[in-house]
Write a protein that binds this ligand. Structure first.
Ligand code: NAD
Length: 321
């Protein structure tokens, strides 16, 4: 039987159709360990060949390295620009945060040059909980609207960890101004709190991208990088779940990908990838899910191991009362 094609899902009201598995390019900035240019380019090409049409990066990842690597990979595809969707971000840089109109307006030109593109499809304010949310509403988003009018970006997004930042901004901007939100580490086996926000986002016509289905490495056999902000208790519970799966001849990353992909109100599950092997495994998780459904038995067992830490997260950004 031929493997089914990777599903395309509508992204809110944008008219874009994104692949259910999206390519997270932060690892191309060597954020999770060194990655060669040839591996980066090969990963992007394999992803596109297997039906991934959505690629996400940021100037912050690897201090601009991820954007440069992704740009090289996309160029190597040699296909018309309308066949892939690119998202990058503004406001977060290696040097720190700056969501001023002046900085984000300059930022798009820098990103386009690194990506070797004339426009990006989605331009997102990166980790807004580290800035003033009122500045995002009153200054940053209006600046991005001008970039939209200038044809440098097609759609506007906001990203961050705490979920209440999304309602704060969306409740204060005119409808249709923010097209997309990117949430991370809130729709994976250990933390599914994004679920409660989905009806609200749907009612606003906002596209939902859910990143980090592997909880930034917690739900992998290799485990998370040193900088991972989870508590020791959460880390060890995830490690125990990964070890349990391995013993059973299962792969925790596949169980985790399939868990995140199962909710169709999420347009794209953005997973960070830095090798052809990972691309192939993650696409296979999606196509096997379409053919055979979830491995419900192993999922229940993993959920039981993770129950004591379910929905445990970590602080991020300026702490507001
Ligand atoms: P993730 O949960 O996708 O995990 C990535 C890690 O898992 C990497 O070490 C990767 O090499 C590894 N991995 C990938 N596939 C694997 C497989 N099949 N088996 C074993 N290991 C595998 O976390 P992430 O990369 O942080 O998130 C995905 C993407 O989402 C990022 O690359 C980025 O584009 C985006 N993101 C955005 C924000 C934000 O805007 N604030 C935050 C987090 C992530």
């Amino acid at each position: 039987m031929a493997a089914p094609k990777l599903e395309l899902r509508p992204l809110g009201n944008t008219g874009l159709k994104v692949s259910s598995v999206g390519f997270g390019a932060s690892p191309l900035g060597s954020v999770f360990g060194p990655v060669s240019e040839s591996d980066a380019v090969a990963s992007v090409r394999e992803a596109f060949r297997l039906g991934i049409n959505f690629f996400d990066t940021s100037p912050y990842y690897g201090g601009t390295l991820s954007e440069k690597m992704l740009g090289k990979g996309l160029k190597a595809l040699g296909v018309p620009r309308n066949e892939y969707i690119v998202s990058t971000k503004c406001g977060r840089y290696r040097e720190g945060f700056d969501f001023s109109a002046e900085r984000v307006t300059k930022s798009i030109d820098e990103s386009l040059e690194r990506l070797q593109l004339d426009f990006v499809d989605i331009f997102q304010c990166h980790d807004i909980e580290f800035g003033s949310l009122d500045q995002i509403v009153n200054e940053t988003i209006p600046a991005l609207q001008k970039l939209k009018d200038a044809g440098k970006i097609r759609f506007i997004g906001i990203t961050g960890l705490p979920l209440d930042i999304f309602t704060y901004v969306l409740d204060r901007v005119p409808p249709g101004t923010v097209d997309v939100i990117l949430s991370y580490c809130h729709y994976s086996i250990n933390d599914s709190t994004l679920e409660d926000l989905l009806p609200y986002l749907k009612s606003k016509g906002v596209g939902v991208i859910s990143a980090s289905p592997l909880a930034m490495g917690l739900l992998t056999e290799l485990g998370p990088p040193d900088w991972h902000p989870a508590s020791p208790k959460l880390k060890s519970a995830c490690q125990a779940a990964a070890a349990y799966c391995k013993e059973k001849g299962k792969n925790i990353s596949k169980i985790a990908m399939q868990y995140s992909l199962s909710n169709k109100d999420i347009s794209s599950v953005l997973v960070g990838m830095n090798s052809v092997k990972q691309v192939e495994e993650n696409v296979a998780s999606a196509t096997e899910l379409a053919l055979f459904g979830k491995d419900q038995e192993t999922l229940y067992e993993v959920e039981a191991i993770l129950k004591p830490v379910k929905n445990q997260t970590w602080p991020s950004g300026i702490q507001r009362s």
